[in-house]
Design a protein. Structure first.
Length: 174
């Protein structure tokens, strides 16, 4: 049951972040992730390992989404703090994604092929939905190039974060 609530919490943060950004309310994602974190840690989830994983996910996510923003491949609605950096609302989604890796997405552990496929399909799909349905992201180049680039990035990042989730002794970035 905790995994179901974990998954639902992640989805609520995603919708709040994307809808908020598209509506000019960039702060809605950070607010949603704070509520998700309060509920997550309130249920006594693995606080120390999840906090480490959040540190890694925010660092990696900031790098990945800033590269996409800086290159002009993706343009984010509500680009707070700067248009060429990953916006705060995107980082909120990275935090919530990190909170699923030891819980509702923990079933992928030890299944590298599934991890790569999940990231390579799920990552681009999330951006495509955010672009087409909500207008929270604009693709700055052709759809195939953006989707392929996102698939490569997420096909690497998802297994990397799951690897870090499996190695709970890994130090989080400072």
């Amino acid at each position: 049951m905790r995994n179901l609530f974990n998954f639902i919490g992640f989805q609520l943060v995603w919708v709040s972040s994307v809808w908020g950004a598209a509506s000019g309310m960039w702060w809605l994602g950070p607010l949603a992730v704070l509520l998700f974190m309060a509920a997550h840690f309130g249920f006594g989830q693995a606080a120390k390992s999840d906090l480490r994983l959040i540190g890694w996910a925010v660092l990696i996510g900031a790098l990945v989404d800033s590269v996409f923003a800086f290159s002009g491949m993706l343009r984010y609605a509500s680009p707070v703090p700067l248009t060429w950096l990953a916006p705060v609302w995107i980082l909120s989604m990275w935090v919530s994604f990190a909170l699923t890796l030891n819980h509702s997405l923990g079933w992928m552990r030890g299944r590298l092929g599934i991890q790569v496929a999940f990231g390579a399909v799920g990552g681009p799909l999330a951006y495509w939905i955010a672009e087409r349905a909500w207008g929270a992201v604009t693709f700055g180049t052709s759809l195939p190039i953006v989707i392929l680039s996102l698939a490569i990035a997420w096909g690497i990042v998802t297994p990397l974060l799951l690897y870090l989730a499996n190695h709970k002794d890994s130090e989080a970035p400072h």
